[in-house]
Design a protein around this ligand. Sequence first.
Ligand code: GLA
Length: 389
Amino acid sequence: MMDINAMKKAFADAFGSQADGLCFAPGRVNLIGEHTDYNGGHVFPCALTFGIYGLIRRRNDRTMRFYSMNYPDAGVIESSLDGLQYDRAASWTNYPKGVIWAMQQKNIQIPSGFDFLIDGDIPSGAGLSSSAALEVLTGLAVRDTFGLSLSMIDLALLGQKTENDFCGLSSGIMDQFASAMGKKDSAIFLDTKKLAYSYVPLALRHAQIVITNSNVKHSLVSSAYNERRQQCAEALDRLKTRADIRELCDLKPSQFEAIKDVIGDPLITRRAKHAIYENDRTVRAVECLKKNDIKAFGQLMNASHISLRDDYETSCPQTDLLVEIAWSIPGVYGSRITGGGFGGCTVSIIDSDAIGEYEAKVDEQYEKETGKKAQIYVASVGDGAHRIE
Ligand code: GLA
């Protein structure tokens, strides 16, 4: 939990007045269903209690002023409501600016600018969706300040539009949806094609969700991510000549096996295979969890990692090592890389009694083999974005 009083003081120091509202939006961890959300498949994320807090105050002119307690050196960054454009130099403020731009694109105009101060505790660049949290937070704070009639799902979609069309990452809807719609102690089983969802209680008995940050941040994430998306689109085009489908995940694994030769390119075939089998694994994993079969759930997580490592190629040696350390411990049910990939975090389901052994092994091996320190967090699953004051 942030120090809200320190935030209020910083707001007064930066903007010379008190804020009108305080909101929160969480980061997320995805348990299974990776790189399926832009292929019409299922995902199974949950919102974390880590997140971003934002204080907002309405202004009487067309200026927006932004300040982040996480980037104090950047100082107050200003922008007009008019003529919004992505600007590298505007650093983190491209996300909140992008949300206002996305609203304008949908003909949602706000009458004046605002002052906005944020402070967050999501490790950044770790694949826990700090950018989605910031988008959803901005949408919520602005919605409440100006009385806009937008649902939480609308805010998630505006966040995705910001990411795709303002910031240039062709991401799916999972991260923003999880941040906007999360529920304490539950994961969200989301069909990304229909945006139909249900909550599944995380009854993990004596086990916990453990997140391990590899501290590998890849600078090429967005180009490699967009390339994967492009490869899936290519596979879809070719498969469409043999099957009446709109998205890759419309195919079951057996249907894919029967027609995959039409793709005619081994790399593109492996990309499509990952998405289609991962979607199937996700649906099965949710069934296992509902039946309290954590062991089977964990095995599907492991299979997800192998597929991301070998077929989708979004893992890296450091996250592979973390997962292998986890797999070597008897009390670990499952472990895999989570999020967009190319570094970032792993997620594991670990019996409470085995967490100490896992921590000790990571401590002993990870730095020795990679030269980096890993951070381990026992996750608590919280509610989606909401107003606090
Ligand atoms: C990133 C994207 C999501 C999703 C994941 C991979 O987090 O923002 O939309 O595609 O990668 O599952």
